[in-house]
Design a protein around this ligand. Structure first.
Ligand SMILES: N[C@@H](CCC(=O)N[C@@H](CS)C(=O)NCC(=O)O)C(=O)O
Length: 216
């Protein structure tokens, strides 16, 4: 039994929950998973009682509670320095932190118009101006990360910065949305990145959980 407990919402819907869960699972950080079903008559009450912010995800570590997906990622980076959850190279780390913060505080059109529905694929949704601009920005960021840092690193495993990092976890729900509402037009680098992420065992594990929630 791990002394870290991650409380999350529905796997099919909760994009914020997916980030720390994917980070911990992919980085082989042991944790106990606790689930709160969202959008139920009792959800708000349960969240208000259990979660410091009234939202998921949150992480409990003994007496310490950490909420908000980015704060959880930073806490885990402090707790497991040997895992290098941010890239080691300073320029790569600056870029990784910038794009992660941009993800965390931005991309509101994609978030609003394309809510995560993990189990759905290929809806071929027509994009509005705002959504298309954000897709283009993400395509640019993924392409730049891969070409400037990932592909050039000596131990490249196909992630944005070569080895898996917090940035990959932060963008994982975007990969899911592109699969659900796409296909979207991406550079070869960005398309290969998406394909690699969505073939990971951790991805498949979350997908199985999402499928089980919706009954198949
Ligand atoms: N900025 C927060 C956002 C958390 C958030 O909005 N979580 C949603 C689920 S994805 C939630 O708990 N909603 C509660 C509700 O729907 O009642 C984070 O990064 O963790």
């Amino acid at each position: 039994m791990s002394d870290l407990t991650l409380t999350i919402g529905d796997k099919n819907l909760s994009s914020w929950s997916f980030r720390p869960w994917f980070l911990m699972t992919q980085a082989s950080i042991p944790f106990t998973e606790e689930n709160i079903k969202l959008d139920q008559p009792t959800s708000r009450k349960v969240l208000a009682e259990k979660s410091p912010s009234g939202l998921v995800p949150f992480l409990s570590h003994g007496e310490i509670q950490v909420w908000d997906s980015l704060a959880i990622a930073e806490y885990l980076n402090d707790l497991f320095p040997e895992k290098y959850l941010w890239p080691q190279d300073m320029a790569a780390r600056a870029f990784a932190r910038s794009i992660s913060a941009e993800m965390h505080s931005g991309f509101s059109a994609i978030r609003t118009v394309w809510p995560m529905m993990f189990t759905r694929q290929g809806l071929n949704h027509t994009t509005s101006g705002g959504v298309q601009r954000e897709i283009d920005r993400i395509n640019h960021l993924w392409t730049e990360a891969r070409t400037r840092f990932g592909a050039k690193s000596s131990d490249d495993e196909g992630f944005l910065f070569g080895k898996f990092s917090i940035a990959d976890a932060l963008y994982a729900p975007v990969v899911s949305r592109f699969i659900t509402y796409g296909p979207v037009k991406l550079s070869n680098e960005a398309a290969a990145y998406m394909e690699m992420i969505s073939a990971l065992p951790a991805w498949r594990q979350w997908q199985d959980g999402a499928r089980a929630e919706v009954g198949g």
